[in-house]
Ligand binder design. Structure first.
Ligand SMILES: *Cc1c(COP(=O)(O)O)cnc(C)c1O
Length: 410
């Protein structure tokens, strides 16, 4: 036994030596820009201004949603009691699926939706169910880990295509004679913030008779006039579209959904193992999500999206004015809430993160292999709940950190 433990410990020690060991912090208060955190190894908690949550609309601690959650628990209790096919599918789940299907009906003919416990499971479900042994999955090279794992779980062959390269994908599809083709892409890339060429991908799907699976984890709630995400922002409509949206990010609760033509949803209910063999999420979660959708689609959602856009513009304007003239740091070309500042090597990213920490600011540093070598970055995530003063503080602190030489003695 001790030998088995030693092997694990050696690997952890190696990560430690490479400064790649991940450590968790403990959040003492609700998700918000100002949050009290106990960092790994620290004796006392600190209140920090954070720029790394996925709570893009600031709904994760919204009183109306906490109230709806409590109301849901009073109505349905805490546990669902079973899987969706065996007793666990409540009226709240059913209402949520109906509402989401209505929401997505402008983009998918005869749309239905299916609610999942997490986005990770939704992606495993879609790819493993649609990607049988007669299929080929064409996977965008910067796809999220859950799509990569979904493709691994599928019996289909997997071909990667280069990032956002519609022409290369067209050539790959042309030389494929599998009866089922599946194109799969993130809508908004999580480490870069850019939006996939979804209209181009959909044109290919139509031309090559393929499914287009779009993971809109970072677009749902945020993009489009009423927050319905990338299909609304780009005006898409097709029965080939299989949309995955997550409900733990901008929607501020938990879970995910798949929206697709009703035949696809019927098929998933019969065949998707990550849907079938798991306990349904608490009905109270679905009840809270109904309240979240009402907020997202209403006036408050529109106001929050406008605030978020104002903060994005402020950050980009502010940072462009303080970027070093030697080009040693640059801002990714992103129109979304994810605003990466690329600084080059790992040590510099870690140094800037430490300098921000000294100012009470928390920004995640992302290093290879999560991103390509030489593009270590600070991944700034903005929220509608950030104030103008919050973003100004970040810009000032980054301006100061960037004014120091890129190569500095450690
Ligand atoms: C967060 C995320 C997921 C996973 O969603 P969860 O609900 O957190 O499991 C899937 N895809 C992308 C692109 C994500 O960013």
């Amino acid at each position: 036994m001790s030998c088995l433990l030693d092997r694990l410990q050696e690997e952890i020690d190696t990560l430690d030596a490479l400064s790649l060991r991940r450590r968790r912090q403990v959040a003492e208060t609700a998700c918000a820009p100002q949050q009290t955190l106990t960092l790994a190894g620290a004796a006392a908690p600190r209140t920090m201004l954070g720029f790394s949550s996925n709570d893009y609309l600031g709904l994760a601690a919204h009183p109306a949603l906490a109230k709806a959650w409590a109301e849901g628990a009073a109505l349905y209790g805490t546990g669902s009691g079973g899987s969706h096919l065996i007793l666990g599918h409540s009226r709240a789940h059913e209402q949520l699926e109906e509402r989401l299907a209505e929401w997505m009906s402008p983009f998918i003919p005869q749309a239905r939706s299916l609610f999942f416990c997490t986005g990770y499971m939704a992606n495993l479900a879609v790819l493993s169910a649609l990607g049988g042994s007669d299929a080929v999955i064409f996977s965008e090279s910067l796809n999220h880990a859950s799509l990569i794992d979904g493709a691994r779980l599928a019996k289909a062959r997997v071909e990667r295509y280069p990032h956002c390269d519609v022409a290369a994908l067209d050539a790959q599809l042309s030389s494929c004679d599998a009866p089922v083709k599946i194109i799969v892409s993130d809508a908004v890339f999580s480490m870069d913030g850019n939006i996939a060429p979804v209209a181009g991908l959909l044109a290919l799907a139509e031309r090559h008779d393929a499914w287009l699976v779009i993971d809109d984890a970072h677009g749902f709630g945020v993009l489009g006039a009423t927050g319905r995400g990338v299909p609304e922002a780009l005006g898409l409509c097709s029965e080939r579209l299989v949309l995955v949206g997550t409900l733990g990010k901008a929607a501020g609760v938990s879970g995910a959904f798949v929206a697709a033509h009703r035949t696809v949803i019927d098929y998933l209910v019969q065949r998707a193992r990550p849907y079938i063999f798991t306990t349904a999420a608490p009905p109270a979660v679905a009840h809270a999500l109904l309240a979240s959708l009402a907020l997202i689609g209403g006036e408050e959602g529109a106001q929050r999206r406008a605030q978020l856009l104002a903060r994005i513009a402020q950050l980009r304007r502010g940072l462009k004015a303080v970027l070093p003239a030697d080009g040693s740091a640059w801002l990714a070309d992103s129109p979304t809430a994810i605003q990466p500042l690329i600084v080059g090597d790992n040590a510099r990213a870690m140094r800037i993160m430490a300098q921000l920490d000294g100012h009470g600011l928390r920004v995640g540093a992302i290093r290879p292999p999560t991103v390509p070598a030489g593009t270590a970055r600070l991944r700034i995530a903005l929220s509608a709940s950030h104030g103008e003063g919050d973003v100004a503080r970040l810009v000032d602190a980054l301006g100061e950190a960037l004014s120091r030489p890129a190569k500095e003695a450690a």
